[in-house]
Design a protein around this ligand. Structure first.
Ligand SMILES: C[S@@+](CC[C@H](N)C(=O)[O-])C[C@H]1O[C@@H](n2cnc3c(N)ncnc32)[C@H](O)[C@@H]1O
Length: 193
């Protein structure tokens, strides 16, 4: 886990390496450890702005890479983007119609947090459940899913829900996670379909 000093270092490193945010290093760590991308995988990233996960995904696959966010994502080479709320069935319909089954769904989305623990946990879990629903609609059998979660009262239920749909689920805390954060990534491998 990173200290404030290490965070600043990563921020500078991201700038130097052309990444849009230091979140890039979390996905790089996930790939290094859990091999979620293969050479020709198609990838959808839910909650993708400003776009560093899209940049990392692009570097590991030659397939289509598509990002969705509530906010516009500034253009990136060979990456498609869309403004929209992935929790809305009509946005999910657009993605399913345009892309068909995809190999990898990523979700690093974060809702607006208020600081009220129970409320924030409920909103975060609801967003995670919507991302899981979207991933189930989008993924091909055998596909992989990465989603950000937060450890707390509702985490075990969410983890159990993800486990229903994937043959293997790993929990992973990247080294580049902020010190003191409850953030943890769930990595669902081999979608049951
Ligand atoms: C932490 S940022 C993602 C950073 C990204 N992984 C990167 O590497 O650049 C979280 C994003 O989730 C987006 N988001 C939150 N809820 C969303 C929703 N329902 N639909 C689409 N995007 C959403 C926010 O707008 C925000 O840009």
């Amino acid at each position: 886990m990173t200290s404030r000093w290490a965070e600043d270092q990563l921020h500078r490193q991201a700038k130097k390496e052309g990444y849009r945010s230091r979140a890039a290093y979390k996905l790089r760590e996930i790939q290094k450890r859990h091999h979620i991308f293969r050479k020709n995988d198609s990838v959808v990233d839910l909650g993708a702005a400003p776009g560093s996960w899209l940049q990392v995904a692009r570097s590991f696959t030659q397939g289509r890479v598509v990002g969705v966010d509530l906010n516009p994502i500034l253009p990136l080479d060979m990456i498609e983007t869309m403004v929209g709320d992935f929790t809305k069935p009509e946005i999910q319909d657009l993605l399913v119609d345009d892309l068909g089954p995809v190999s990898v769904v990523l979700c690093d989305a974060a809702p607006h947090l208020t600081g009220h623990r129970n409320y924030d946990q409920a909103v975060t879990t609801a967003l995670g459940n919507d991302a899981l629903i979207c991933a189930i609609r989008l993924l091909k059998q055998g596909g992989n899913f990465v989603i950000k979660g937060f450890q707390g009262d509702m985490f075990e239920d969410f983890l159990a829900e993800v486990k229903k749909h994937f043959m293997i689920v790993h929990l992973f805390r990247p080294q580049s996670t902020r010190k003191g954060s409850t953030e943890i990534y769930l990595i669902g491998k081999n979608f049951k379909g």
